[in-house]
Design a protein around this ligand. Structure first.
Ligand SMILES: Nc1ncnc2c1ncn2[C@@H]1O[C@H](COP(=O)(O)OP(=O)(O)OP(=O)(O)O)[C@@H](O)[C@H]1O
Length: 237
């Protein structure tokens, strides 16, 4: 679905990612783990077009998209949910959902919102609430529901369980698997909660210092010595 080839990227002259090769497979969950500052968020931002790309290729559905601006990527079905500011706080939940699908015809929009609310029934009672007054978990639900309204093919999530209780993190993980299994959405996930994230994933990558240090089937990454060292906090930045 997304093929990343020899990707080098960063912020202005500051290079953060070095020769990254990765495959984001269709209808699968791919998770990126790694120490703080290893470039995980930068990778997502780069795929969405928010950083400077030096040489490197990003191929989506057989098209090179490294020069495509973010708003066009959104129209191509790629959704990026940053860690914060992923909803419009001063608008209601309902307004957020409507804005997500503003390019859709009215009937289609209604249908998509209904579908999103089936995945996130927790939002039904909150439709008139301002998004800014939601809890962290509810806000995350809303951001994910908005991606469903937009009919995203690929959902890139940056630490969706950050600052959530373990119980709520579990709910988010099960929603992510539901989105893959029931709606065929391709998921690219960046998580601090590395072990749990890999457990629900199909494929995994570990980044260290902006490079791919480990890759493979999620369970192989989970069982790899390098991942165990990282989990124990031994892997150096
Ligand atoms: N907008 C920016 N401008 C310049 N440097 C940045 C910017 N955003 C991030 N960086 C730097 O890029 C490096 C990688 O950061 P990034 O957020 O991608 O890491 P990460 O693996 O997602 O870390 P964490 O797990 O802590 O979120 C860090 O050294 C960071 O300081």
């Amino acid at each position: 679905m997304i093929d990343v080839k020899n990707l080098n990227a960063g912020y202005g002259k500051l290079q953060i990612l070095f020769d990254v090769n990765a495959k984001i497979r269709e209808r699968k969950i791919t998770t990126i783990v790694g120490p703080n500052g290893s470039g995980k968020s930068t990778f997502l931002k780069t795929l969405f077009g928010l950083t400077t790309i030096y040489p490197g290729e990003i191929i989506y559905k057989n098209k090179n998209i490294e020069k495509v601006p973010p708003y066009k990527k959104a129209r191509m079905g790629i959704a990026f949910l940053p860690q914060t500011n992923n909803v419009f706080s001063n608008l209601t939940v309902e307004e957020n959902l409507k804005i997500a699908g503003y390019i859709l015809p009215k009937e289609k929009l209604k249908e998509r919102i209904e579908l999103a609310l089936n995945v996130f029934p927790e939002l039904r009672d909150l439709l008139k609430r301002k998004a800014g007054s939601l809890s962290g978990g509810q806000r995350q639900f809303l951001a994910m529901a908005m991606a469903i309204v937009r009919d995203a093919n690929v959902l890139m999530l940056d630490e969706p369980t950050a600052q959530l209780s373990p119980k709520l993190a579990e709910v988010i993980f099960s929603k992510i698997t539901e989105m893959r299994d029931e709606y065929g959405i391709t998921v690219l996930l960046v998580e601090q909660n590395a072990k749990r994230a890999l457990e629900i994933s199909d494929f995994g990558y570990m980044f260290v210092s902006g490079r791919v240090a480990l890759e493979g089937k999620a369970e192989d990454v989970l069982n790899h010595e390098k991942f165990k060292e990282y989990s124990l906090g031994i892997t150096a930045l």
